[in-house]
Ligand binder design. Structure first.
Ligand code: BGC
Length: 771
């Protein structure tokens, strides 16, 4: 491996083009600072005045959570002494001001910047990453980023630890919930769109915050889906599939990069000079700050690459990790390392300059209180309703819902009769906000039950029973409740809960069961070895099914689940992820047909955990399984089908769509040329509706084996009932390019297949050749 790592920089230097999934969103980065020479001159002057200790102080990123903080006096003294560079986890203008005031009392008055995990909203909580990705609507996603920036900056924040663009093909990993799924192109588009939305035209503007893309690199590929585990990956896969989303965010102007906690091919990312310098800085031209993840420098001891904290600090600073998040490593060790000659001043200077440059670009040297404002501007009620953006939250949330099944038009429901709403998540206001819900307040979130009640008024009778606890296993409940009250346990026995639910269901015309995972089950440190519904809820569903009432499942979960029984027994299934503050209203909009669902899955739903990793853009193998001719010695399981339960890109509507054959503008494309691929999409049903037209490309004969198909373009179209529209895509050479065995990037001549459809499986084919 060492040899390959030595070889890699050389190989990528030879690469014809960098690892970018081309996107319209990456075309123009957030506007650069206008006068870079003036900025650099300012930084030169400032750095000349700084002592070594003040420089080291700038590299410390300190967590100051809300609430009683016994360390506050010591921290304030540290800030006054210039021993802290930035703060995260403090989230109100009032609390932030206290810290900035201390910085203004320091010798050089270098302002702090303030960051937070504003992942899918600050006060108004939007759907989690999986849900945002399910919209396939870049305008909607951009809007969530813009509102997040406006709300976060109004709270005094300068920076967010987002977007999270880790590609994941393993739903056992709880953090799949935070990302945008398994696909490189879709994730790249979303990551770039969010960066530009957060940062706006001018990152120094009051309504803008800086974006820190994470977790660099390949954190989503942890072995076995177990959080923080090792990642081991071929360079081709790394460059082709896993790196482009980070690169797209960097190209879009992301101010920062957060370094992954995992080791990549044996080297912890925090100490990976190749990753942080050769790839990020030299190849990609990144100019911002790099930030180690929580405690990651110290963790290099346990990774087994550093003997002690000093050694770990040396590794991190020389590799290129500018700031140390939430550990004392740089503060304690950089000075002695410098004094003993094991770290060069140039390394510390470089990192310090990166931090100061970001502060400059944030406009903090002009006005340290730019986003904090003055005390008289502090909102009298930080959680005031007027500070929320409910309209946008509802419209994005409804687009994030994916209709997985709708047998016999079980949905939409009629606003009449008696409806039983059952399940441990039906009335939850905390779960519907999802993980990393920033400053969102659960009591401002609309539960599914409440949303349905709002939609119905007095037109129908709504009944409720909890039916089950989210999970029964007391050990798991204890785990989930370790740092935050996640699962509320109803003390009644499982049988009592089910009996009540069954009695409730019997009184109703239809049952809506709201089941899935608590938000804490799909989070950091929330890996699962199985991805089924917990037995408490499966038991409930079996009992509800036995009542013979129509059964509609509202699924709330952060990862693809294995839902075989459910897909065979429920009449309808709506995947809602964790839909945010307005989730309940949005879900009701879809359940009652006030909004026609249009979401599409950004990640494959396997039938069972044993199929993992299961992803649509796999290689064909030498013995692909053919269901028409099911041979024994083919690449298959003998105890289960090969394919997914629901494929990537899948999602139903209350209307139906037809897709014509593919027409191509030419069948032979010259180098540097373009081919236009078109289909006519028709709304063949009786309701207006939106769908996502997806274009995939396959290179069936190449110098290395290429995926059976790869997403290259998509368009979301809204069609009136009966309406037809031609949808066209322009394919260029970049869409055909890949990294070959020598890591050279480019397109190889020959045949290409173009597939267009409304999911990754049900597609029409055309083909052309590249000359
Ligand atoms: C996570 C990051 C997060 C950081 C700060 C870490 O545990 O891995 O994604 O940004 O904490 O909260």
């Amino acid at each position: 491996m060492k040899k390959l790592r030595l070889l890699l920089p050389l190989l990528i230097a030879l690469a014809a083009a960098p690892a970018t999934a081309q996107t319209s969103d990456t075309a123009s980065a957030a506007a650069p600072v206008r006068n870079q020479a003036a900025r650099e001159a300012f930084l030169d002057r400032l750095m000349q005045r700084m002592t070594v200790d003040e420089k080291i102080g700038q590299l410390r990123l300190v967590s100051v959570p809300a609430g009683a903080n016994p360390d506050k006096p010591r921290l304030l003294a540290d800030i006054r002494a210039g021993r802290a560079g930035a703060i995260f986890n403090t989230v109100t203008p009032h609390d932030i001001r206290v810290l900035q005031d201390a910085a203004m009392q320091s010798r050089l008055k270098i302002p702090l910047f303030f960051a937070y995990d504003v992942i899918h909203g600050q006060r108004t909580i939007f759907p989690i990453g999986m849900g945002l990705a399910s919209t396939w609507n870049m305008d909607a996603i951009r809007q969530t980023g813009r509102i997040s920036a406006i709300e976060a900056s109004a709270d005094g924040l300068d920076m967010t630890w987002s977007p999270m663009v880790d590609i994941s093909r393993d739903p056992r990993w709880g953090r799949t919930s935070e990302g945008f799924g398994e696909d490189t192109y879709l994730t790249s588009r979303i990551g770039a769109a969010l960066v530009r939305a957060y940062q706006g035209d001018d990152p120094a503007a009051r309504g803008s915050i800086m974006a820190v893309v994470k977790h660099f690199a390949a954190y989503g590929a942890v072995e076995g889906g177990r959080d923080y585990n090792t990642v081991d990956m071929s360079p081709q896969r790394l460059f082709q599939d896993y790196l482009p989303p980070y690169k797209a965010a960097v190209d879009a102007g992301a101010a920062g990069v957060m370094i992954a906690l995992n080791a990549l091919n044996g080297v912890p990312a925090t100490g990976d000079k190749w990753l942080l310098q050769d790839v990020l800085r030299k190849q990609w031209g990144f100019k911002g700050i790099t930030i180690s993840d929580h405690g990651a420098i110290l963790e290099m001891i346990k990774h087994g690459v550093a003997a002690d904290g000093r050694d770990a600090s040396r590794l991190a600073i020389t590799a290129g990790a500018d700031m140390s998040m939430s550990d004392t490593m740089y503060g304690e060790n950089l000075r002695p390392l410098l004094d003993s000659g094991r770290v060069r001043m140039a390394d510390i200077d470089r990192a310090t300059r990166d931090v100061l440059r970001v502060k400059y670009d944030l406009g903090l040297f002009q006005d340290a209180y730019r986003r904090i404002g003055s005390p008289q501007d502090d909102p009298p009620d930080i959680n005031a309703e007027s500070r929320l953006h409910r309209g946008a939250a509802r419209s994005v949330a409804r687009e994030s819902l994916v209709l997985l099944k709708n047998q016999g038009d079980a949905l939409p429901l009629k606003k009449q009769g008696t409806i039983a709403v059952i399940g441990p998540l039906a009335k939850s206001q905390r779960d519907i906000m999802g993980n990393w819900s920033a400053a969102g307040q659960a009591d401002q979130a609309v539960s599914v039950f409440q949303g349905m009640a709002n939609a119905l008024g007095d037109r129908a009778r709504l009944l409720y029973a909890k039916g089950a606890n989210v999970i029964d296993d007391p050990e798991i409940v204890k785990y989930l409740n370790l740092y935050e009250q996640d699962v509320e346990v109803d003390p009644r026995t499982p049988a009592q809960l089910v009996d009540e639910a069954v009695a409730t269901a019997r009184q109703a015309d239809v049952v809506v069961a709201v089941v899935g995972e608590s938000q804490g089950m799909a989070h950091e440190a929330s890996s699962r070895t199985d991805i089924v519904l917990p037995e408490s809820q499966a038991r409930l569903l079996r009992a509800l099914k036995a009542t013979g009432k129509p059964l509609v499942l509202v699924l709330m979960n952060g990862r693809p689940l294995s839902l075989v029984w459910e897909s065979e027994n429920a009449d309808a299934m709506l995947e809602t992820w964790f839909a945010g503050t307005e989730g309940g209203n949005a879900i009701a909009d879809v359940l009652f047909g006030d909004y026609n669902p249009s979401g599409k899955l950004p990640m494959t739903f396997p039938r069972s955990v044993g199929q993992i990793p299961l992803y649509y853009n796999h290689l064909n193998t030498g013995r692909p399984f053919d269901p028409q001719n099911p041979d024994k010695y083919t690449s298959r399981y003998f105890d289960a089908p090969n394919g997914p339960l629901f494929p990537f890109g899948y999602g139903l509507s209350y209307t139906t769509f037809g897709v014509s054959d593919v027409t191509l503008s030419r069948t032979s494309m010259p180098r540097g040329g373009k081919v236009e691929a078109s289909v006519t999409v028709t709304n063949t049903g009786t309701r207006d509706g939106a769908t996502v037209v997806q274009l995939y490309i396959q290179d069936p004969v190449a110098s290395i084996s290429r995926p059976v198909k790869e997403l290259k373009h998509f368009q979301k179209v809204l069609l009136k009932a009966g309406e037809s529209r031609q949808v066209s895509f322009t394919i260029d050479e970049k869409d055909l390019s890949f990294y070959n065995a020598q890591l050279q990037y480019g397109a190889e001549p020959g045949l290409f297949n173009v597939y267009i459809g409304l999911d990754s499986q049900d597609v029409k084919r055309g083909s052309f050749t590249l000359r």
